[in-house]
Design a protein around this ligand. Sequence first.
Ligand SMILES: [Zn+2]
Length: 264
Amino acid sequence: MYLADAAWPEAGEQLDDESLAIVPVGSTEQHGPHLPLATDHIIAQGLAREAASRADVVCTPTVKIGVSPHHQQFPGTLSVDPPAFRDYMESLVESLAYQGLNRVVFVNAHGGNVDHLREVGRRVREDRTAYAIEWMWDESIPDLVDDLFDHNGPHGGPKETAMVMHLAERLVHEDRLAEARDGGVLDFDPHTTGRQFGARTFYDAIDNSDNGVFGDQTDATPEKGEELFEAATEQLVRLCEWLDDQPFESLMPKDRVDVDNRDR
Ligand SMILES: [Zn+2]
């Protein structure tokens, strides 16, 4: 159920027998000359809404602006400071827990949010408010992502291009795919790109890529996007089912080790 469409009596009925919420989280940031600034939140919202309806769990409205200072040189990118983002997300989880939703999956589509969402999950678990985990769509289907594209790229590459072609094709500038590829970095190697003697020397996307993107965007098609979307949705549905099955106490932090009673 998409929570924001319900009136409160219907929301109350659903909340009374559901303990799990999906929270889509994205960004509003550059994704090259060919994709909309909304790319990450379009992907997060698409997956979250579809999985929530298939798994019959609650989906909240989408958090559309995340932590994106590393894309700020490109016009239109918006970002919030990490402490503000963490506090906002923690407060949101506390509100969900008050409504009975104390298991949360952050359906995240932006790498810059990962560490902060993990920290929020740790905080709410430490104080036993809720159990919240971060889920990134492409990490749930690494083999398929590898198989579909020869030159993937970590940002604005063919996997994200294909997903937006599937979810919001009218926002993709298909006549700029070759321009995106030729003006960016085709071969991104996490071990060598932007590194000197083992140190990561870059902070911003523009330090490595003139147009902000990586990989071969001409390899993207709506059909590949649909295949990625279906496979990732399936993983997300299964994650929700697994999380729903766990006793809450088993999700909470373990007790401090008792030295006297340890196995010898
Ligand atoms: Zn992205």
